[in-house]
Design a protein around this ligand. Structure first.
Ligand code: ZN
Length: 300
């Protein structure tokens, strides 16, 4: 009686099974790992200025382009966060998911028109940061416009009494300006002003202290990144729209459309599928007996 051991059979037993196991395990691990990329919590606060069909300065945006950004945000799974939700996030109570919030600086009439259109078309309610000395000037919101926006549910924030940088004033001057501006806005809006955006996004320790002493609760910069857990509520970063910023390697909203984590997740899913395919191919592979490498052993 002869026993025949095929070389391929030996390979199947000792080498092919571990490779199937490794393929399935790697596929599963990558699949599970990708879940964390897709479910990453993201909060983006966006800063815009004027909205014009005939953009003349890099910080102006056309409405179709703005609308395109909002459509893309929704397409990639972002949802608008409410002002209360944003405040909660900044206090450390993160919502699960991807969120955005739109803000407009300077209190321009074109911003107000865009805000109304965004509310009608997307049911989102952006915030607007007002410079109180600009109220009623040509091209800027009047007190009546501001009151109308507030009564329509849009958040009104302060962007300063004047649009001067806070870096040139001492704390006393800044506090006095901020308190005057807050008093004027609160009279128009009939509720507490809690949000502030630093003019030009510029700040220092002096201005941060002045903002806090004036009773403002949340202050926004234009440090271009998503809101992180460690960010101070008085230095909330915003991604400011600036045409051509990507040419200077500045962060732009497109960097989050899709989010970087989404791209990483997709790569892991592709790798996961490849590992599963590898395991399937391995399990179906049947080597034909190669008798040249066979070994006959006689039992007698
Ligand atoms: Zn401004």
């Amino acid at each position: 009686m002869l026993y025949y051991f095929e070389t391929m059979e030996l390979t199947n037993v000792y080498f092919r099974k571990p490779s199937i196991f490794i393929g399935i395990l790697a596929g599963l691990c990558l699949g599970i790992w990708s879940y964390f990329d897709f479910s990453e919590n993201i909060l983006l606060v966006l800063a815009f200025h004027g909205v014009s069909e005939d953009t003349r300065v890099p910080w102006e945006i056309s409405f179709p382009k703005l609308k395109g950004y909002i459509e893309k945000l929704f397409f990639f799974g972002y949802r608008e966060i409410s002002p209360e939700g944003l405040e909660n996030w900044l206090e450390g109570n993160h919502h699960h998911g991807k969120f955005f919030y739109v803000t407009f600086d300077d209190g321009l009439l074109t911003s107000m028109e865009a805000m109304k259109k965004l509310k009608t078309q997307f049911q989102i309610k952006p915030a607007i940061f007002i410079v109180t000395d600009f109220l009623g000037r040509p091209g800027y919101l009047s007190e009546e416009d501001t009151a109308e926006l507030a009564s329509s549910g849009f958040l009104i924030g302060l962007h300063g009494k004047t649009h001067e940088t806070t870096l040139k004033k001492n704390q006393e001057q800044l506090c006095s300006d901020l308190k005057n501006a807050i008093a004027r806005l609160e009279k128009i809006e009939s509720s507490k002003i809690r949000w502030y955006a630093y003019p030009f996004g510029e700040f220092d320790q002096n201005s941060i202290k002045a903002v806090e002493e004036s009773g403002l609760k949340y202050a926004f910069t234009i440090e271009g990144h998503e809101v992180k857990q460690e960010d101070s509520r008085l230095l909330v970063p915003r991604l400011m729209y600036l045409s051509g910023a990507e040419l200077y390697q500045e962060p732009v909203l497109e960097d989050w459309l899709p989010p970087r984590s989404f791209r990483k997740g997709c790569l892991k899913v592709i790798l996961s599928v490849l590992f599963f395919l590898f395991a399937i191919i391995q399990s179906f592979m049947r080597g034909s007996p190669n008798k040249k490498h066979g070994l006959y052993i006689s039992s007698q």
